[in-house]
Design a protein around this ligand. Structure first.
Ligand code: URA
Length: 434
Protein backbone atom coordinates (compact mmCIF):
# COMPACT_ATOMS: atom_id res chain seq x y z
CA UNK A 1 0.00 0.00 0.00
CA UNK A 2 1.25 3.50 -0.76
CA UNK A 3 1.57 6.05 2.05
CA UNK A 4 -1.12 8.08 0.31
CA UNK A 5 -3.57 5.18 0.66
CA UNK A 6 -2.72 4.79 4.36
CA UNK A 7 -3.38 8.48 4.99
CA UNK A 8 -6.71 8.21 3.15
CA UNK A 9 -7.63 5.07 5.11
CA UNK A 10 -7.16 6.82 8.45
CA UNK A 11 -8.78 10.04 7.16
CA UNK A 12 -11.89 7.98 6.37
CA UNK A 13 -11.92 6.29 9.78
CA UNK A 14 -10.43 2.93 8.75
CA UNK A 15 -8.45 0.61 11.04
CA UNK A 16 -4.80 -0.10 10.17
CA UNK A 17 -3.27 -3.57 10.22
CA UNK A 18 -0.08 -4.17 12.25
CA UNK A 19 1.88 -4.35 8.97
CA UNK A 20 0.58 -0.97 7.84
CA UNK A 21 1.64 0.65 11.12
CA UNK A 22 5.11 -0.95 10.89
CA UNK A 23 5.38 0.39 7.33
CA UNK A 24 4.55 3.91 8.49
CA UNK A 25 6.88 3.81 11.52
CA UNK A 26 9.82 2.31 9.63
CA UNK A 27 9.31 4.56 6.60
CA UNK A 28 9.24 7.63 8.84
CA UNK A 29 12.33 6.53 10.84
CA UNK A 30 14.38 5.84 7.69
CA UNK A 31 13.27 9.13 6.12
CA UNK A 32 11.55 7.34 3.21
CA UNK A 33 8.19 8.96 3.98
CA UNK A 34 8.32 12.75 3.58
CA UNK A 35 7.41 14.89 6.60
CA UNK A 36 4.32 16.33 4.88
CA UNK A 37 2.81 12.85 4.43
CA UNK A 38 3.64 11.77 7.98
CA UNK A 39 2.16 15.03 9.30
CA UNK A 40 -1.04 14.47 7.32
CA UNK A 41 -1.32 10.96 8.80
CA UNK A 42 -0.75 12.34 12.33
CA UNK A 43 -3.54 14.88 11.84
CA UNK A 44 -5.84 12.11 10.60
CA UNK A 45 -5.05 10.20 13.82
CA UNK A 46 -5.85 13.27 15.94
CA UNK A 47 -9.30 13.43 14.32
CA UNK A 48 -10.12 9.74 13.86
CA UNK A 49 -8.18 8.23 16.78
CA UNK A 50 -6.57 4.80 16.97
CA UNK A 51 -8.22 1.65 18.32
CA UNK A 52 -6.62 0.00 21.33
CA UNK A 53 -5.17 -2.68 19.06
CA UNK A 54 -3.75 -0.07 16.68
CA UNK A 55 -2.22 1.84 19.62
CA UNK A 56 -0.55 -1.34 20.95
CA UNK A 57 0.83 -2.16 17.47
CA UNK A 58 2.04 1.41 16.86
CA UNK A 59 3.85 1.41 20.23
CA UNK A 60 5.50 -1.96 19.57
CA UNK A 61 6.68 -0.78 16.12
CA UNK A 62 8.06 2.45 17.60
CA UNK A 63 9.83 0.62 20.47
CA UNK A 64 11.50 -1.68 17.92
CA UNK A 65 12.66 1.21 15.68
CA UNK A 66 16.11 1.45 17.34
CA UNK A 67 18.22 0.11 20.20
CA UNK A 68 16.62 -1.61 23.16
CA UNK A 69 18.25 -2.04 26.54
CA UNK A 70 18.74 -5.62 27.73
CA UNK A 71 18.60 -5.58 31.54
CA UNK A 72 18.62 -9.38 31.91
CA UNK A 73 22.15 -9.32 33.35
CA UNK A 74 21.01 -7.11 36.26
CA UNK A 75 20.26 -9.15 39.39
CA UNK A 76 16.81 -8.52 40.89
CA UNK A 77 13.78 -6.89 39.25
CA UNK A 78 14.70 -3.57 37.61
CA UNK A 79 12.15 -0.78 37.92
CA UNK A 80 11.56 2.26 35.73
CA UNK A 81 9.57 5.34 36.76
CA UNK A 82 8.09 8.03 34.56
CA UNK A 83 6.17 11.25 35.18
CA UNK A 84 4.05 12.90 32.52
CA UNK A 85 5.58 16.18 33.69
CA UNK A 86 4.68 19.05 35.93
CA UNK A 87 5.94 22.07 37.83
CA UNK A 88 8.34 21.40 40.70
CA UNK A 89 8.07 17.64 40.09
CA UNK A 90 11.35 16.35 41.44
CA UNK A 91 10.03 13.00 42.70
CA UNK A 92 12.23 10.86 40.42
CA UNK A 93 15.38 12.26 42.05
CA UNK A 94 14.14 11.09 45.46
CA UNK A 95 12.40 7.83 44.47
CA UNK A 96 15.40 6.40 42.56
CA UNK A 97 17.82 6.40 45.55
CA UNK A 98 15.08 5.15 47.91
CA UNK A 99 14.47 2.12 45.67
CA UNK A 100 18.14 1.46 44.95
CA UNK A 101 19.09 1.72 48.63
CA UNK A 102 16.60 -1.09 49.34
CA UNK A 103 18.12 -3.30 46.64
CA UNK A 104 15.62 -2.58 43.85
CA UNK A 105 17.67 -1.69 40.73
CA UNK A 106 16.68 1.33 38.61
CA UNK A 107 17.87 2.16 35.09
CA UNK A 108 16.13 5.41 34.34
CA UNK A 109 16.37 7.40 31.14
CA UNK A 110 14.96 10.89 31.52
CA UNK A 111 14.20 13.91 29.38
CA UNK A 112 14.76 17.66 29.42
CA UNK A 113 12.25 20.32 30.32
CA UNK A 114 10.39 22.20 27.62
CA UNK A 115 8.01 25.10 28.13
CA UNK A 116 6.74 25.47 31.70
CA UNK A 117 7.60 21.92 32.87
CA UNK A 118 10.99 20.88 34.20
CA UNK A 119 13.10 17.90 33.10
CA UNK A 120 15.10 15.54 35.30
CA UNK A 121 18.23 15.80 33.12
CA UNK A 122 18.44 19.58 33.55
CA UNK A 123 18.06 19.14 37.30
CA UNK A 124 20.90 16.59 37.44
CA UNK A 125 23.16 18.70 35.24
CA UNK A 126 22.73 21.61 37.65
CA UNK A 127 25.10 19.67 39.95
CA UNK A 128 28.53 20.62 38.58
CA UNK A 129 30.35 17.74 36.90
CA UNK A 130 27.36 15.39 36.64
CA UNK A 131 27.32 13.45 33.36
CA UNK A 132 24.00 12.36 31.92
CA UNK A 133 25.17 11.01 28.56
CA UNK A 134 26.18 7.45 29.38
CA UNK A 135 26.81 4.59 26.97
CA UNK A 136 24.78 1.39 27.26
CA UNK A 137 27.83 -0.30 28.84
CA UNK A 138 28.18 2.50 31.39
CA UNK A 139 24.47 2.33 32.26
CA UNK A 140 24.60 -1.43 32.83
CA UNK A 141 27.86 -1.18 34.82
CA UNK A 142 26.48 1.56 37.07
CA UNK A 143 23.20 -0.25 37.74
CA UNK A 144 25.13 -3.44 38.54
CA UNK A 145 27.63 -1.74 40.87
CA UNK A 146 25.71 1.21 42.40
CA UNK A 147 22.14 -0.03 41.93
CA UNK A 148 20.81 2.86 39.82
CA UNK A 149 21.52 5.44 37.18
CA UNK A 150 19.59 8.41 35.82
CA UNK A 151 20.70 9.39 32.34
CA UNK A 152 19.75 10.69 28.90
CA UNK A 153 18.27 8.44 26.26
CA UNK A 154 20.98 6.90 24.11
CA UNK A 155 21.06 8.35 20.56
CA UNK A 156 19.40 5.42 18.85
CA UNK A 157 16.69 4.68 21.44
CA UNK A 158 13.26 4.90 19.76
CA UNK A 159 14.35 7.10 16.81
CA UNK A 160 10.75 6.87 15.56
CA UNK A 161 9.55 8.85 18.58
CA UNK A 162 12.22 11.50 18.09
CA UNK A 163 11.04 12.00 14.51
CA UNK A 164 7.33 11.79 15.26
CA UNK A 165 7.52 14.00 18.35
CA UNK A 166 9.30 16.78 16.40
CA UNK A 167 6.60 16.58 13.71
CA UNK A 168 3.80 16.58 16.30
CA UNK A 169 5.34 19.58 18.04
CA UNK A 170 5.39 21.52 14.76
CA UNK A 171 1.93 20.48 13.48
CA UNK A 172 -0.33 20.83 16.55
CA UNK A 173 -0.74 17.06 16.81
CA UNK A 174 0.70 16.47 20.31
CA UNK A 175 -2.73 16.37 21.99
CA UNK A 176 -3.86 12.88 21.04
CA UNK A 177 -4.27 10.21 23.72
CA UNK A 178 -3.03 7.26 21.59
CA UNK A 179 -0.08 9.27 20.27
CA UNK A 180 0.95 10.40 23.79
CA UNK A 181 0.56 6.86 25.14
CA UNK A 182 2.58 5.37 22.25
CA UNK A 183 5.30 8.02 22.64
CA UNK A 184 5.74 7.50 26.40
CA UNK A 185 5.39 3.71 26.40
CA UNK A 186 7.61 3.04 23.35
CA UNK A 187 10.48 4.63 25.31
CA UNK A 188 9.63 2.74 28.50
CA UNK A 189 9.44 -0.58 26.61
CA UNK A 190 12.77 0.07 24.87
CA UNK A 191 14.43 0.80 28.24
CA UNK A 192 13.81 -2.82 29.15
CA UNK A 193 12.55 -2.71 32.77
CA UNK A 194 9.99 -5.40 33.62
CA UNK A 195 8.32 -3.07 36.16
CA UNK A 196 7.14 0.42 35.21
CA UNK A 197 5.62 3.00 37.58
CA UNK A 198 3.86 5.93 35.89
CA UNK A 199 2.98 9.19 37.62
CA UNK A 200 0.19 10.73 35.54
CA UNK A 201 -0.23 14.36 36.50
CA UNK A 202 -3.71 15.93 36.56
CA UNK A 203 -4.68 19.60 36.67
CA UNK A 204 -3.92 23.09 35.45
CA UNK A 205 -0.14 22.59 35.34
CA UNK A 206 -0.31 19.22 33.52
CA UNK A 207 -0.99 17.85 30.02
CA UNK A 208 -4.14 16.14 31.32
CA UNK A 209 -6.44 18.80 32.71
CA UNK A 210 -9.18 16.48 34.04
CA UNK A 211 -9.22 13.30 36.08
CA UNK A 212 -11.19 11.52 33.32
CA UNK A 213 -8.52 12.35 30.71
CA UNK A 214 -5.74 11.22 33.06
CA UNK A 215 -7.54 7.98 33.96
CA UNK A 216 -8.08 7.14 30.27
CA UNK A 217 -4.41 7.85 29.40
CA UNK A 218 -3.18 5.82 32.38
CA UNK A 219 -5.43 2.87 31.47
CA UNK A 220 -4.18 2.89 27.90
CA UNK A 221 -0.50 3.00 28.97
CA UNK A 222 -1.02 0.17 31.47
CA UNK A 223 -2.68 -1.91 28.71
CA UNK A 224 0.23 -1.27 26.31
CA UNK A 225 2.79 -2.37 28.89
CA UNK A 226 0.85 -5.43 29.98
CA UNK A 227 0.42 -6.52 26.35
CA UNK A 228 4.24 -6.60 26.18
CA UNK A 229 4.53 -8.65 29.38
CA UNK A 230 5.48 -5.75 31.68
CA UNK A 231 4.03 -4.99 35.11
CA UNK A 232 2.74 -1.40 34.99
CA UNK A 233 0.99 0.74 37.61
CA UNK A 234 -0.09 4.37 37.37
CA UNK A 235 -0.55 6.94 40.11
CA UNK A 236 -2.91 9.81 39.27
CA UNK A 237 -1.55 12.81 41.19
CA UNK A 238 -2.44 16.48 41.49
CA UNK A 239 -0.70 19.17 39.46
CA UNK A 240 -2.91 22.18 40.14
CA UNK A 241 -0.30 23.70 42.46
CA UNK A 242 3.47 23.16 42.06
CA UNK A 243 4.85 20.14 43.93
CA UNK A 244 6.97 21.08 46.95
CA UNK A 245 8.55 24.49 47.56
CA UNK A 246 11.21 24.77 44.84
CA UNK A 247 10.80 25.32 41.09
CA UNK A 248 14.01 25.53 39.05
CA UNK A 249 16.78 23.04 38.55
CA UNK A 250 19.36 23.54 41.31
CA UNK A 251 16.74 24.79 43.76
CA UNK A 252 14.84 21.51 43.19
CA UNK A 253 17.99 19.44 43.70
CA UNK A 254 18.57 21.24 47.00
CA UNK A 255 14.98 20.44 48.03
CA UNK A 256 15.52 16.76 47.18
CA UNK A 257 18.81 16.60 49.09
CA UNK A 258 17.09 18.14 52.12
CA UNK A 259 14.24 15.61 51.83
CA UNK A 260 16.69 12.70 51.67
CA UNK A 261 18.87 14.07 54.48
CA UNK A 262 16.18 15.34 56.82
CA UNK A 263 12.78 13.93 55.76
CA UNK A 264 11.03 15.38 58.82
CA UNK A 265 11.69 18.87 57.41
CA UNK A 266 10.39 18.11 53.88
CA UNK A 267 7.29 19.60 52.30
CA UNK A 268 4.53 17.16 53.42
CA UNK A 269 2.86 16.79 49.98
CA UNK A 270 6.18 16.17 48.25
CA UNK A 271 7.19 13.63 50.89
CA UNK A 272 3.80 11.86 50.67
CA UNK A 273 4.02 11.47 46.91
CA UNK A 274 7.64 10.28 47.06
CA UNK A 275 6.67 7.71 49.70
CA UNK A 276 3.63 6.55 47.72
CA UNK A 277 5.48 6.20 44.40
CA UNK A 278 8.23 4.26 46.18
CA UNK A 279 5.62 2.04 47.84
CA UNK A 280 3.97 1.32 44.47
CA UNK A 281 7.35 0.40 42.97
CA UNK A 282 8.25 -1.83 45.94
CA UNK A 283 4.90 -3.62 45.74
CA UNK A 284 4.79 -4.01 41.95
CA UNK A 285 8.33 -5.41 41.92
CA UNK A 286 7.47 -7.93 44.64
CA UNK A 287 9.84 -6.41 47.19
CA UNK A 288 6.89 -5.86 49.55
CA UNK A 289 3.50 -7.56 49.69
CA UNK A 290 1.36 -4.46 50.29
CA UNK A 291 1.44 -0.71 49.76
CA UNK A 292 1.58 -0.17 53.53
CA UNK A 293 4.69 -2.35 53.80
CA UNK A 294 6.16 -0.50 50.81
CA UNK A 295 5.53 2.89 52.43
CA UNK A 296 7.11 1.68 55.69
CA UNK A 297 10.18 0.43 53.79
CA UNK A 298 10.49 3.81 52.00
CA UNK A 299 10.33 5.55 55.36
CA UNK A 300 13.03 3.30 56.81
CA UNK A 301 15.34 3.99 53.85
CA UNK A 302 14.86 7.72 54.40
CA UNK A 303 15.11 7.76 58.19
CA UNK A 304 18.20 5.54 58.33
CA UNK A 305 20.10 7.81 55.90
CA UNK A 306 20.46 4.92 53.42
CA UNK A 307 18.58 6.77 50.65
CA UNK A 308 20.76 9.88 51.09
CA UNK A 309 23.92 7.78 50.99
CA UNK A 310 22.66 6.11 47.77
CA UNK A 311 21.95 9.53 46.23
CA UNK A 312 25.58 10.54 46.86
CA UNK A 313 26.84 7.29 45.31
CA UNK A 314 24.69 7.76 42.17
CA UNK A 315 25.80 11.38 41.66
CA UNK A 316 29.45 10.55 42.32
CA UNK A 317 29.32 7.59 39.89
CA UNK A 318 28.14 10.07 37.24
CA UNK A 319 31.00 12.49 37.96
CA UNK A 320 29.20 15.00 40.20
CA UNK A 321 30.22 16.24 43.63
CA UNK A 322 27.19 15.29 45.74
CA UNK A 323 28.61 16.76 48.91
CA UNK A 324 29.65 20.20 47.60
CA UNK A 325 27.54 23.27 48.35
CA UNK A 326 25.41 24.34 45.36
CA UNK A 327 25.25 28.00 44.36
CA UNK A 328 21.86 29.57 43.65
CA UNK A 329 21.05 32.71 41.60
CA UNK A 330 22.92 35.80 42.91
CA UNK A 331 19.75 37.93 42.90
CA UNK A 332 17.13 36.92 45.47
CA UNK A 333 13.99 38.98 45.00
CA UNK A 334 10.99 38.81 47.35
CA UNK A 335 7.46 38.85 45.93
CA UNK A 336 5.07 40.26 48.52
CA UNK A 337 1.34 39.88 49.15
CA UNK A 338 -0.72 43.00 48.61
CA UNK A 339 -3.61 41.97 50.86
CA UNK A 340 -4.65 39.75 53.76
CA UNK A 341 -6.48 36.47 53.17
CA UNK A 342 -6.16 32.70 52.87
CA UNK A 343 -3.93 31.19 50.21
CA UNK A 344 -6.44 29.08 48.30
CA UNK A 345 -4.34 28.15 45.27
CA UNK A 346 -1.01 28.59 43.47
CA UNK A 347 -1.35 28.45 39.69
CA UNK A 348 1.20 25.80 38.68
CA UNK A 349 1.53 26.80 35.03
CA UNK A 350 2.04 30.49 35.90
CA UNK A 351 4.81 29.56 38.38
CA UNK A 352 6.38 27.27 35.76
CA UNK A 353 6.33 30.04 33.16
CA UNK A 354 7.72 32.50 35.74
CA UNK A 355 10.64 30.16 36.53
CA UNK A 356 11.26 29.67 32.81
CA UNK A 357 11.40 33.44 32.26
CA UNK A 358 13.91 33.75 35.11
CA UNK A 359 16.16 31.37 33.17
CA UNK A 360 15.23 27.95 34.62
CA UNK A 361 13.59 26.61 31.45
CA UNK A 362 13.51 26.76 27.68
CA UNK A 363 10.92 28.29 25.37
CA UNK A 364 12.58 26.46 22.46
CA UNK A 365 14.83 23.39 22.45
CA UNK A 366 17.87 25.53 21.56
CA UNK A 367 17.60 27.91 24.56
CA UNK A 368 20.35 27.79 27.21
CA UNK A 369 19.15 27.48 30.78
CA UNK A 370 20.51 29.06 33.96
CA UNK A 371 20.84 26.11 36.39
CA UNK A 372 20.73 28.40 39.43
CA UNK A 373 17.52 30.28 38.51
CA UNK A 374 14.03 29.59 39.82
CA UNK A 375 11.42 30.29 42.46
CA UNK A 376 11.02 29.27 46.10
CA UNK A 377 7.41 29.28 47.27
CA UNK A 378 7.56 30.73 50.79
CA UNK A 379 3.84 30.13 51.40
CA UNK A 380 1.76 27.08 50.66
CA UNK A 381 -1.93 26.44 49.97
CA UNK A 382 -3.96 26.82 53.19
CA UNK A 383 -1.59 29.39 54.78
CA UNK A 384 -3.01 32.57 56.27
CA UNK A 385 -1.44 35.56 54.46
CA UNK A 386 -0.89 39.14 55.66
CA UNK A 387 -0.27 42.04 53.27
CA UNK A 388 3.47 42.66 52.91
CA UNK A 389 4.47 39.06 53.68
CA UNK A 390 6.77 37.31 51.23
CA UNK A 391 4.88 34.82 49.04
CA UNK A 392 7.86 33.71 46.95
CA UNK A 393 11.55 34.43 46.39
CA UNK A 394 12.81 34.75 42.81
CA UNK A 395 16.36 33.58 42.04
CA UNK A 396 18.07 34.88 38.90
CA UNK A 397 21.09 36.70 37.47
CA UNK A 398 19.76 40.26 37.15
CA UNK A 399 17.53 42.45 39.25
CA UNK A 400 15.79 43.84 36.14
CA UNK A 401 14.66 40.32 35.21
CA UNK A 402 13.28 39.70 38.70
CA UNK A 403 11.34 43.00 38.60
CA UNK A 404 9.86 42.05 35.22
CA UNK A 405 8.73 38.55 36.30
CA UNK A 406 7.53 39.42 39.85
CA UNK A 407 3.98 40.68 38.98
CA UNK A 408 3.08 37.46 37.12
CA UNK A 409 4.38 35.36 40.04
CA UNK A 410 2.32 37.46 42.49
CA UNK A 411 -0.77 36.89 40.32
CA UNK A 412 -0.19 33.12 40.49
CA UNK A 413 -1.05 33.23 44.21
CA UNK A 414 -4.83 33.20 44.79
CA UNK A 415 -5.51 34.94 48.08
CA UNK A 416 -9.18 34.82 49.02
CA UNK A 417 -11.35 35.89 51.93
CA UNK A 418 -12.50 32.35 52.64
CA UNK A 419 -10.40 29.19 52.65
CA UNK A 420 -11.21 26.81 49.77
CA UNK A 421 -11.16 23.05 50.07
CA UNK A 422 -7.69 21.70 49.30
CA UNK A 423 -7.46 19.33 46.29
CA UNK A 424 -6.29 15.77 47.08
CA UNK A 425 -2.67 14.93 46.30
CA UNK A 426 -3.30 11.38 45.04
CA UNK A 427 -6.54 10.73 43.19
CA UNK A 428 -6.07 7.03 42.44
CA UNK A 429 -3.56 4.25 41.85
CA UNK A 430 -4.27 1.89 38.94
CA UNK A 431 -2.71 -1.43 37.93
CA UNK A 432 -1.82 -2.88 41.33
CA UNK A 433 -4.78 -5.25 41.55
CA UNK A 434 -3.80 -8.85 40.70
N1 URA B 1 5.76 12.94 26.85
C1 URA B 1 6.22 12.15 25.84
O1 URA B 1 7.26 11.52 25.96
N2 URA B 1 5.49 12.07 24.72
C2 URA B 1 4.33 12.74 24.52
O2 URA B 1 3.72 12.61 23.49
C3 URA B 1 3.87 13.56 25.57
C4 URA B 1 4.61 13.65 26.74
Amino acid sequence: MRTLDLIAKKRDGGEHTDDELRLLVNGCTRGDIPDYQMSAWLMAVVWRGLSEHETFALTAAMAASGDTLDLSSIPGTPVDKHSTGGVGDKTSLAVVPILASAGVPVAKMSGRGLGHTGGTLDKLESIPGTRVHLTVEEILHQVRTVGACVCAQTDNLVPADRKLYALRDATATVESRPLIAASVMSKKLACGAPVIVLDVKVGGGAFMKTLEQARALAGLMIGIGQAQGRRVAAVLSDMNAPLGRAVGNRLEVLEVVRLLYEPSQADPRLLSLVRHLSAVAFTLSGKTATLNEGAALAERQLDSGAAHEKWCQIIEAQGGDARAGLKTGPVQWPVQATRDGDLSGIHAEAIGVGAMRLGAGRATKEDQIDPAAGIILEKTVGDRIRAGETLATLYCREEALAREVAPAVRDAFRVSEQPLEATPLIYDTLGLEP
